[in-house]
Design a protein around this ligand. Structure first.
Ligand SMILES: [Zn+2]
Ligand SMILES: [Zn+2]
Length: 115
């Protein structure tokens, strides 16, 4: 069966659909409302004997359900449990390459001024 990718409009419609609104809390419950990337970070650190600091030592509460294979490209997996994972907002942003401003290091800002 061939599936074509979704348009932005279809994606938006999907997130407002009844099947998604029923699926989303199911996935959060399945993952015990724990961010799975936070959990993995802790497990990896423990396995590697690395000591984490501050906010990284905790598993944050999952607030979002992420499509491992992007919804837009894989609409056929939109409601597949294996393609869904609960994440906190921070880990979700990282997965999508969206970093909140406070995580952007100042020294990365390139200044055009020469001192
Ligand atoms: Zn997280
Ligand atoms: Zn996502």
């Amino acid at each position: 069966m061939h599936w074509s990718s979704m348009t932005d409009k279809e994606v938006k419609k999907f997130y407002n659909s009844k099947p998604w609104k029923q699926k989303r809390p199911d996935i959060l419950r399945r993952d015990c409302f724990e961010c799975q990337d936070c959990r993995k970070r802790l497990e990896d650190a423990r396995a590697a004997g690395v000591r984490l600091h501050g906010a990284d030592t905790k598993i944050r509460r999952a607030e979002q359900v992420h499509h491992i294979k992007e919804l837009k490209e894989h609409p056929e997996l939109a409601l597949e449990d294996e393609n869904l994972v609960s994440l906190c907002t921070i880990c979700h942003n990282i997965r999508h390459g969206r970093y909140p401003k406070r995580f952007v290091k100042r020294k990365k800002v390139v200044s055009v001024e020469k001192w």
